[in-house]
Unconditional design. Structure first.
Length: 272
């Protein structure tokens, strides 16, 4: 992977991590189109995912500091900040179970298949389209039960092509949660799982086994310049996409992404 390919893939990751079009699916499609060798791919994935976490913290810094300041206050009952943090923890349970026990199995079965990517993009299109036609009465706050259901949607999005942000936001909207708060919750709830996954995967990079090298290649094959360019590209494009997506959710314009996902899904199946 050279720095130009890293630049393109970093921009793709940054944009598609927040826009409801599946970052994993688009990365596979663009790697296929660019003919990028997947050697050391896990290292690059970790770098660009950490970049999108940094982008989330920058864009939603006010919300992050609001949560942390409220965590240390106690007046005999949970305050709004503590309830919000608890909902994030609850939303992490499904993805934690999938990540610890099933992710390697899912990766082994579905990774690299453009047919699966295309099919899951079509599922994403259906979910987004439903939010355009079904609009329940909005609830002011996200309940713990709804946080758990949204977390299940996030866990399902380990499938390549099934958009994490699309699945979680669409699920939340179909449950009747506030558009004003849902996009922010969706982006904040993914930070702990991404960081946790990066830490778990980091051990493979530090001390790779023979099996890991056979499957993913040698991380040293990716130049440092390419990793740096990928990080910066994913961070800058991620900041832009995060702000844009929050506005799209508020204005209920997800149907455009549904059409896009349907078109790209069909193209992916044709490329397979």
């Amino acid at each position: 992977m050279n720095w130009i390919e890293a630049l393109i893939l970093g921009i793709v990751q940054g944009l598609t991590e927040y826009l409801p079009v599946s970052s994993s699916g688009h990365l596979q499609i663009f790697q296929h189109l660019l003919g990028v060798n997947e050697a050391g791919g896990l290292t690059f994935d970790i770098v660009v995912h950490v970049a999108t976490v940094c982008a989330t913290l920058v864009v939603l810094w006010k919300e992050v500091t609001w949560i942390f300041k409220g965590l240390w206050k106690w007046d005999g009952q949970l305050n709004n900040e503590q309830k919000y943090a608890l909902n994030i923890v609850i939303s992490m349970i499904p993805i934690g179970v999938v990540g610890l026990f099933f992710k390697d199995y899912v990766d082994a079965i579905f990774a690299g298949s453009l047919t699966i990517v295309g099919g899951c993009l079509l599922v994403t299109a259906v979910l987004l389209a439903l939010t355009h036609f079904y609009k329940p009465k909005e609830k002011e706050d996200i309940s713990p039960l709804h946080a758990f259901i949204i977390g299940i949607a996030q866990a399902c999005a380990v499938l390549p092509g099934l958009s994490r942000s699309g699945s979680t936001i669409a699920t939340g909207l179909l449950l009747g949660n506030s558009r004003q708060k849902l996009a922010q919750f969706s982006f904040l709830m993914v930070i702990p799982p991404i960081v946790g996954e990066a830490l778990l995967d980091f051990k493979h990079i530090v001390a790779p086994s023979a099996e890991y090298i056979a499957q993913h290649g040698d991380a040293a094959q990716i130049p440092t310049l390419a990793l740096a360019v990928g990080f910066v590209a994913a961070f800058i494009s991620g900041c832009f996409a995060c702000k844009l997506m929050i506005e799209f959710v508020k204005k209920c314009k997800l149907i455009y992404f549904a059409i896009y996902c349907a078109i790209v899904g069909i193209l992916a199946i044709c490329l397979a």
